[in-house]
Design a protein around this ligand. Sequence first.
Ligand SMILES: [Fe+2]
Length: 440
Amino acid sequence: MKQRYPLHTFVNRILLRRLILVAVAISLLIGGTTWVQMRNHARDRAVLVALDRLAVIRAQFWVLRDKGVARDKAVADVVNAIGEMDFDHSGGKFIYGAFYDGVGDFFVFRDTNFDQNKTAELLVGLDRSLRPELGRDISSLIKVDGLAAVKVVVPIAGVDRKLAAWFSGIYLLSPESADQMVNEPLTAVGLVILVVLAISALYYPVVLRMARKLAGFSADLLEANLEMMEALGCAIAKRDGDTDAHNYRVTIYSVRLAEKVGLSVKSMQGLIKGAFLHDIGKIGIRDEVLLKPGKLTEDEYEIMKTHVNHGLDIVGQARWLKDALAIVGSHHEKFGGDGYPSQMPGDMIPKAARIFAIADVFDALSSERPYKEAMPLERVVEILEEGRGQHFDPDLLTLFLEIAPDLRARLAEFDDSDLREEMHRINERYFASGLETVLA
Ligand SMILES: [Fe+2]
């Protein structure tokens, strides 16, 4: 049998889409994590430098305090001497700072060489309520007038080495340091994305090859199942002394009505299998009943009705055919509730079976048989209308009658081979999509 499904295109499309999605997801995940970590690392580094500067200031402060210099004067002396200290300012500089205790600020300094010291003062002013315990410095990366800076709040011990005051200040990062903080994480994220994409590209041919094989196996299995379905339909047609054209036509009618109704692809698969195999249970009806030329007696009719349960038994054996059970088991139910075998009414009958019931009767009446002529369309419609709401779902019947005349005229020109081709086109449309589950 020729290859019906454009597998390579399908696999390429699905696989490429999913690989790109996964690569982007991994890039975002790892890149995002890396970005956060690098930023945190850069911030910690900046904070450490700021705290290091402060430690030097604090040490100088204690030297003065140990010499008996008063607290406020010691702080003022140290801060005023900062300019003379041999600091490396390549990383940044404190541009504003305030020393405060439980009463208020006792010393404030600002570096007027930086315009940002005014904004820094405002930002620090908001922090008087922050009073961390000894050893618990608070620091965060902030923007001051658009420039990167570190804000610190540091506890300061008194003469008795107990908590006595706090320092809150803004350490403005140098342009080089700020650039580094942005560029390093960006470079790292870029590298991560490149590596993920490169690995995906390397894996693509390997995964593609495997996926193609897998999809190929799945397609073969699907072909085998569809062929088996056709073989079963053919078997019952032979047993019934009929051609299997009815199975093809009734399936095509059902599918066209189902398309008008908007049935899902999944439901459509069950409808196709069920419509094609609806009378499979007739295999279990003995010849004198199944092949009796005349009218069946009441007992014989009861036997004939058991073909529904036989059908359920047969179709129920195959997992692939489970979704055909709705039609096989309910194709003789009637909308009014007086069908068989369950006498279920209206909406309780599966929609696929209600669709099929209309298609089945329409085709039976429209077709020529050895013992009867094909009935004219007008008469067929009349009979269907008589069954509206009693045998047939009225809404579905209305939809069907909109498409039935054209469809009947088209199918009338089809021979067995045309019917098979049409059925294959339908299968290709509704079963090919099932292949997506291979890569799902
Ligand atoms: Fe039947």
